[in-house]
Design a protein around this ligand. Structure first.
Ligand SMILES: C[S@@+](CC[C@H](N)C(=O)[O-])C[C@H]1O[C@@H](n2cnc3c(N)ncnc32)[C@H](O)[C@@H]1O
Length: 219
C-alpha cells in the first residue's frame, strides 16, 4: 500500500475534498461574477479577498499525477507556491515519504489557511516531510537551493516572476508543474510562452486534465 492509499492520508483527503466541494460551490460563483465585472482587468490578486475561505485545490487526478511525478523524479528538495489548505502538498509529501527521502517546502500567504494546512499535515501523519512557510513566496523562498521539483499554484500572474526568481536555484533535470493553465489563459500567456520557448531551457508540455497542468523539464 502506498502512503497515498494509507488510511490516515485517505481519511484527510476524502474529508477535505468533500469540504472543498461544499465550500467552494458557494464561493466560486461570487468570484466569477467579480471576474466578469473586472473584464480585461481581471487578476486573481484582485479577488483574493473573496478567496480567503476557498480551498481551490488541485483536482484528485492532478493530485495523483503530482504523486507519480514526485515518485519518478525523487526530489531531495520539492517546493510549492500556494499551499491553501494543503491538498496538493499532501500528495507531494506522501510521494516523498514513499521515496524514503526529500522534503517539501510549501508556502502560503494567508495565515489562517497556513494554520489549517499545518493541522491537516499533522492529521495525515506527513508533518515531518513538510516545511510550511507562512508569508509571501518571494520572501519565504529566499535562499532555497537545489530545487528538484517545483509546483506553481498561487496567483497566476506571479508564476513567471517567481519561476524566474527561483531559476538559479533549480537543479538540472528539475520538473516544474504549473496548475490551472486553461483556467486563466490570458494571465498565464507570458508564463506559457516562456516555458514553451526552448531557448529558455525547458522542454514543456500540457497535460490536459481538469484545468490543465503544464509540466516543464529544466535542461
Ligand atoms: C489555488 S490555491 C492553492 C491550492 C493548493 N495548491 C491545493 O491544491 O490545495 C492558491 C493559494 O496561493 C496563495 N498565494 C497567493 N499568492 C501567494 C504568495 N505571494 N505567496 C504565498 N502564497 C500565495 C493563496 O493565498 C491561495 O491560498
Amino acid at each position: 500500500m502506498t502512503s497515498l492509499q494509507s488510511p490516515a492520508v485517505r481519511a484527510v483527503l476524502d474529508r477535505l475534498y468533500a469540504e472543498a466541494d461544499r465550500n467552494d460551490g458557494e464561493v466560486l460563483p461570487r468570484v466569477r461574477a467579480e471576474a466578469e465585472r473586472l473584464g480585461g482587468n481581471y487578476d486573481d490578486r484582485k479577488v483574493a479577498h473573496l478567496l480567503d475561505d476557498a480551498f481551490i485545490p488541485v483536482c484528485p487526478e492532478v493530485g495523483q499525477l503530482l504523486y507519480v511525478l514526485v515518485r519518478m523524479r525523487r526530489p531531495k528538495v520539492a517546493v510549492e507556491f500556494g499551499t491553501s489548505f494543503g491538498l496538493s502538498a499532501i500528495h507531494i509529501a506522501a510521494a516523498l515519504r514513499d521515496n524514503g527521502e526529500g522534503k517539501l517546502i510549501t508556502t502560503e500567504l494567508n495565515a489562517l489557511k497556513a494554520a489549517r494546512a499545518a493541522e491537516h499535515f499533522r492529521q495525515a501523519g506527513l508533518a515531518e516531510r513538510i516545511d510550511l512557510r507562512q508569508g509571501d513566496a518571494f520572501e519565504t523562498l529566499q535562499g532555497v537551493r537545489g530545487i528538484d521539483f517545483l509546483m506553481l499554484d498561487g496567483w497566476k500572474s506571479l508564476y513567471l516572476p517567481l519561476l524566474q526568481k527561483l531559476e538559479p536555484s533549480l537543479s538540472p533535470g528539475s520538473l516544474v508543474a504549473a496548475d490551472d493553465i486553461n483556467l486563466m489563459q490570458e494571465l498565464l500567456k507570458p508564463y506559457l510562452a516562456y516555458v514553451r520557448d526552448p531557448k529558455n531551457g525547458y522542454t514543456s508540455c500540457e497535460v490536459p486534465i481538469d484545468d490543465g497542468l503544464e509540466v516543464s523539464l529544466r535542461a
